[in-house]
Design a protein around this ligand. Structure first.
Ligand SMILES: [Zn+2]
Length: 259
């Protein structure tokens, strides 16, 4: 009788046990995927169950979903601070939520084909009611911008959910010239969100430059520019920026510069 102390044999036994574990784990993973795949039907993605990219497509869909406006039921607005697309009877809309904004806007109209979706009303609902409530803060900025002539100047106004008010943000102006202003914006506390971004062009006219379009791209905020501040008839342009959309907003010059 011999006693087997052969280390090679012991290693074989370990490999055998490991192999069995891996086979079991593989079976468990396969049955888990089989169980989860029917859930993929919850997402309206036009790809096969076998598509290796299915989970990535689902993750992408969940980040920016598309929802059907119910033709019969009651529409429930987006509550999270994100955006989604809405398929409505008259075409494709976008819905955006920020602490100060609820926005629904039609992107593409469809008139020829009857689509089985409900109707939705476009809206721009502001937590502060209307842009006019910021007039005093903006007039204060106009005075500061005149003091900075001929250089550009900038101010951010944030919506403060705790105070339920618009408040100026403490920007660090790094350099300012007649053609540009460079600044550092602080990280806002959780209860504040940028709502209005207004800058001056000093003595030059108010218009949204290519640089302004780059700065505003993809953001959600009101953007304003004032100019000709060295004259008795300063100029201004305002727009609502929503993820690349720019909607002109009329602000009467006499409200901002008068008095
Ligand atoms: Zn500008």
């Amino acid at each position: 009788m011999t006693k087997n102390n052969n280390p090679a044999h012991a290693t074989d036994m370990h490999y055998g046990a490991l192999h069995n574990h891996l086979v079991q784990a593989d079976k468990a993973a396969t049955s888990l995927i089989d169980a989860l795949l029917p859930l993929a039907d919850l997402y309206p993605i036009a790809s096969s169950h076998e598509d290796d990219s299915k989970l990535l497509d689902i993750a992408s869909f969940k980040t920016v979903p598309t929802a059907i406006v119910p033709p019969w039921g009651m529409f429930t607005p987006l509550t999270e601070n994100k955006h989604r697309f809405l398929l409505a009877k008259d075409g494709l809309h976008i819905e955006v939520r920020r602490p100060w904004l609820h926005f629904i806007h039609r992107l593409y109209e469809e008139k020829s084909i009857a689509m089985p979706f409900g109707e939705i009303t476009p809206r721009i609902d502001l937590a502060f009611g209307r842009l006019g409530v910021a007039l005093d803060l903006m007039r204060a900025f106009v005075r500061d911008a005149m003091d900075q002539l001929p250089n550009e100047h900038i101010r951010h106004l944030a919506w403060d959910e705790q105070a339920q008010a618009l408040v100026p943000v403490d920007l660090q102006i790094e350099t300012a010239t007649p053609g540009a202003v460079q600044y550092r914006a602080p990280d806002l506390p959780d209860h504040q969100t940028l709502a209005i971004d207004i800058h001056s062009h000093g003595a030059l006219p108010a218009f949204f430059s290519d640089q302004d379009n780059k700065d505003d791209a993809g953001s959600v905020k009101f953007s304003g520019v004032i100019g000709n501040l060295d004259t008795s008839t300063p100029t201004l342009e305002f727009r609502l920026c929503v993820l690349g959309l720019y909607l002109p907003v009329h602000v009467p010059a006499d409200k901002l510069f008068g008095g």
